[in-house]
Design a protein around this ligand. Structure first.
Ligand code: NAD
Length: 489
């Protein structure tokens, strides 16, 4: 990353991306972008607002009714697959952008770019394989269902996985023929802005993919309330999720919400601990815990408590945070606000007398101005405590003991969230029973996949949101069904 040192000049804002072209935001304002590992400004993005959103929605509408809308599914798929290939061709460049913008370790940023490419490959390939059905009806009738795009879809993504979120929300929307307007997160969106250029290079017609960077209360608020938007896809905080759903209701449209979680990893006495340990720890450390599906609660059967916790303590104590180039276990948190939020959870834990079992460290040489926090392991955490119930969104793992299978299920289901879960046992019948009773959109058995699996339907219940992204399920959510009834006799 020697071309991206903190001495390098600040990268100028490109503008808003509408009709395959950069144009200045109408406000003329820009937003400073900080490198979290450096605590310093290294780039600027345009501060898009309501007028830019309106222009983007109009461009998308023209595309939907024009060149983009006329393409066959095969041709849409080809364009998306081509974009996937272009992302792969630029993997080194994009990895550096993503790493600096978010402070992820380089190898994780690299994996994220590959995942982004994979979204376009998967949904590019799926575009012409998703179709309706015929329905046997009365004599003299032919009935068929058809999956139609919503039209213009609005997308809001967070800062934790800019590249992956870009692929996750846009690839299925485009594959099904929607024209899209994306408002990425102001804290980290340089990779999406670069990939937009690659999309134009791949040959996406003007207006199919528009991006308006800006702050949530301006560009975001304008997008979710715009009457020209036919569907909304949102990933972020539960608080903003409520606003998205409220605005969607006012315009009589639907939305998918992906809002985070407090996901449990349930460890029974018969766990294969050597196999489980890397996943138990990585599930909370990956992306510095800033992952909606982070495994932030470690539920351990009392019989195995000492053995499991001792092994986790040993591993936790070795964890190190550092810059992307150091490529350690985790990077910095995204901004000072997020760092303060995590530290306030830790201060509250101390006030509540919750034992700090272990903590990692920040590497020597990591910039003092970076937003680093050492990962922390707490336990036993009382079930009613905020550390057992609320999303920290940082590298903080809460250990909670349980008595038996029934208690494990009750504890796992004891928060307002329900996104994913892990079950660790060698008893296949028990694993299946627990997997079926845990309230979550995805349950892993003897594995844990925070963030992975483009093919696997993903989403939550209750405070984790609703709707499914990833896999063929996403194609359902990004379309509406029409039933055509023909009387032919
Ligand atoms: P946020 O919900 O405020 O931001 C997410 C996205 O929503 C961003 O693009 C933002 O600009 C946009 N947004 C903000 N206000 C908006 C509004 N009024 N109208 C429309 N869009 C708006 O999340 P945050 O402040 O960046 O993070 C706060 C907390 O949210 C975190 O601590 C974490 O708990 C949670 N979070 C969850 C995820 C996830 O993947 N589920 C991602 C990021 C944050």
């Amino acid at each position: 990353m020697n071309d991206k040192t903190s001495q390098a000049p600040v990268q100028k804002a490109k503008g808003v991306f509408i009709d395959n072209q950069w144009r200045p935001a109408k406000s003329g304002r820009v937003i400073d972008v900080y490198a979290p590992a450096e605590g310093a400004v290294f780039a600027q993005i345009a501060a898009g607002g309501a007028e830019d959103i309106d222009a983007a929605v109009q461009a998308a509408r023209r595309a939907h009714e024009g060149a983009w809308g006329r393409l066959t599914a095969v041709d849409r798929g080809r364009l998306l697959s081509k974009l996937g290939q272009l992302i792969l061709d630029h993997v080194d460049e994009l990895t550096l952008i993503e790493a600096r913008d978010t402070s992820k370790p380089l190898r994780q940023a690299h994996a994220d770019i590959l995942a982004c490419a994979r979204y376009f490959e998967f949904f590019g390939g799926a575009a012409d394989k998703f179709h309706g059905e015929t329905i046997p009806f009365m004599n003299g009738y032919f009935v068929a269902t058809e999956r139609e795009p919503h039209g213009v879809t609005g997308h809001i993504i967070p800062w934790n996985y800019p590249a992956q979120m870009f692929g996750r929300t846009l690839a299925p929307a485009l594959a099904t023929g929607n024209a899209t307007v994306l408002k990425p997160a102001e804290d980290a969106c340089l990779t999406p802005l670069r990939i937009a250029e690659l999309a134009a290079e791949a040959g996406l017609p003007e207006g199919a993919l528009n991006i308006v960077p800006g702050i949530g209360s301006e560009a975001g608020a304008a997008l979710i309330s715009h009457p020209g938007v036919d569907f909304l896809s949102f990933t972020g905080s539960p608080e903003v999720g409520v606003m998205v759903q409220t605005e969607a209701a006012k315009n009589h449209i639907t939305c998918t919400l992906e809002l985070g979680g407090k996901s449990p990893q349930i460890v029974f006495d018969d766990v294969d601990l050597d196999a489980a340990l890397p996943s138990l720890v990585n599930a909370i450390v990956q992306n510095a815990g800033q992952t909606c599906s982070a495994g932030s609660r470690l539920l351990v059967e009392k019989k195995a408590y000492d053995r499991v916790v001792e092994a986790v303590i040993a591993r936790f104590s070795t964890l190190k945070a550092g810059t992307p180039e150091m490529d350690l276990d985790l990077g910095a948190l995204i901004n000072p606000r997020q760092k303060k939020r995590v530290e306030s959870f830790c201060a509250r834990a101390a006030d509540d007398g919750i034992p700090l079992l272990a903590q990692g460290s920040v590497a020597d040489g990591a910039p003092q101005a970076g937003y680093f926090v050492a990962p922390k392991l707490y336990g036993p955490v009382p079930r009613a405590n905020t550390l057992a119930r609320d999303e920290v969104f940082g590298p903080v793992l809460s250990v909670i003991p349980f008595d038996d299978e029934a208690d494990a299920i009750a504890t796992a289901n004891g928060t307002d969230f329900g996104l994913i879960a892990g079950v660790w046992t060698q008893d296949a019948k028990r694993a299946t029973r627990v997997a079926r009773k845990v309230r979550a959109g995805q349950v892993y058995v003897n594995a844990y996949g925070a963030g992975g699996g483009i093919e696997l339907p993903f989403g939550g219940v209750r405070k984790s949101g609703h709707g499914r992204e990833k896999g063929f399920a996403a194609l359902h959510d990004f379309t509406t069904m029409k039933t055509i009834i023909v009387k032919h006799d």
